[in-house]
Design a protein around this ligand. Structure first.
Ligand SMILES: [Zn+2]
Length: 125
């Protein structure tokens, strides 16, 4: 079994209840069973943000994941599936590509308070 965890870096930094800690995330990554991708800093709808705010959400989350996990993060899961044409351009600039899994939007982004985000990516699409 292999899983993908989409991390909201600001929630981890704030030690939000029910959210994995960086120590737990590192341990899971070291197991080789879980990969971690960006789910932005604050779980806001990127399609509604200014250029500066959307840039921050994408750039900062990538930067933090890269430095904490020693990886080159290149996949983004847009919170609630929200984006516009500009979001895509900004994401491209940081070499972040869209990750989409149907079951994700079913149970992650609909319930924001529970969106610590990880799914079993061996589950059928
Ligand atoms: Zn979400």
């Amino acid at each position: 079994m292999h899983a993908t965890g989409a991390i909201i870096t600001g929630f981890v930094d704030n030690h939000q209840s029910g959210i994995l800690t960086w120590e737990q995330i590192k341990e899971m990554k070291a197991s080789g069973l879980v990969d971690f991708i960006s789910h932005t800093v604050s779980h806001l709808d990127l399609g509604t943000l200014s250029t500066a705010d959307a840039t921050y959400q994408l750039q900062q989350s990538k930067k933090e994941l890269d430095s904490e996990l020693g990886q080159d993060t290149n996949i983004i899961c847009y919170p609630a599936g929200g984006y516009n044409q500009e979001t895509i351009q900004i994401a491209k600039k940081f070499r972040l590509f869209l990750w989409y899994h149907r079951s994700w939007t079913k149970w992650c982004c609909r319930k924001r308070s529970h969106c610590f985000g990880w799914i079993d990516d061996t589950a059928p699409l």
